[in-house]
Write a protein that binds this ligand. Structure first.
Ligand code: R5P
Length: 285
């Protein structure tokens, strides 16, 4: 078994190699003057199971993914498993307006052309799994997130909305803590309040868990409201720390801790999902 690391997933690939007792291939990615990319694999992959670890974010990684898959197939490999730590375009999982592409589906259809199996992580919408005709599995980072959060002993695990409650419940189960979700209520044209559906947060510490933090807007609003309602500490934890719009300094200002996994390698990536991905490889049929 050999791991082929994409350029934005190097640490995760190395950790995955350690978990699986596999080495990492030498990958060279260069750019022509017009910025088109070229990939070259400097390791013999013949007769091996190959695990390619590559994000589909930002855009140039989509092309690099296809080039890497193609380069891998230049060898006489046993099989290719494509691990996509962060599946970019997952949030356009339906047509919001007539005439739009279903971007998440478009990616699925192209990714599976040159792979035998696919592993996705905390995918934004389950429906994406249905768009793959090849074997596909979703790994969750929530168990390892729960383990990591033990050091902060949060009293309540909070989902930012009802749709995210399953993820919050997995984290809460690991910690043995309560869980709930935030409900939005519009008070007037300008005011929307966020409040825990069932639980009183007064005097309690809360960890908000989400799949993605992008602009940070959801977490910042939720944190401010929870603190106003008396929460002692608010921790923000996500699988994919996308952090657009200079989100980290804004988040750090209001949250007591900002935590993410290494699906996107950033300064908040304190949890490696390598053990969860390694475990899932045996389950792929
Ligand atoms: C929404 O469905 C997602 O689970 C996240 O809550 C959302 O992407 C976060 O976005 P932002 O950080 O921009 O508020």
């Amino acid at each position: 078994m050999i791991i082929v690391p994409g350029k934005t997933s190097k640490k995760l690939a190395i950790n995955l190699g350690k978990e699986l007792g596999a080495s990492c291939a030498e990958v060279e990615i260069t750019r022509f003057p017009d910025h088109e990319g070229k990939v070259r694999l400097d390791t013999n992959l013949d007769n091996e199971t190959i695990i390619l670890v590559q994000n589909t974010y930002p855009d140039e990684n989509v092309v690099e993914l296809f080039l890497l898959q193609d380069a891998i197939h230049e060898f006489n490999i046993e099989q290719l498993i494509t691990v996509i730590p962060y599946y970019g375009y997952a949030r356009q999982d339906k047509k919001f307006n007539t005439g739009e592409s279903i971007s998440a589906r478009a990616l699925a259809k192209h990714i599976e052309l040159m792979t035998d199996k696919v592993i996705l992580i905390d995918i934004h919408a389950k429906t994406i799994l249905d768009w793959f005709d090849k074997p596909v599995i979703e790994v969750t980072g929530m168990v390892l997130m729960g383990e990591f959060l033990k050091q902060y002993s949060p009293d309540i695990i909070m989902a930012p909305d009802k749709g995210a409650i399953d993820r919050a419940s997995i984290v809460a189960k690991v910690l043995g803590s309560d869980f709930d979700y935030l409900e939005k209520t519009r008070l007037d044209g300008n005011t929307v309040v966020m409040k825990a559906k069932e639980l009183d947060v007064k005097g309690r510490s809360v960890a908000i868990v989400d799949d993605i933090i992008a602009t940070g807007g959801t977490i910042i609003k939720a944190t401010n409201e929870l603190k106003q309602q008396g929460a002692t500490n608010v921790y923000a934890a996500c699988t994919h720390g996308l952090y657009t719009s200079d989100a980290i300094p804004k988040l750090v200002k209001c949250c007591d801790k900002v935590i993410s996994t290494d699906t996107l390698e950033t300064e908040t990536s304190v949890i490696t999902l390598a053990p969860a991905i390694a475990k899932s490889i045996g389950k792929l049929e």
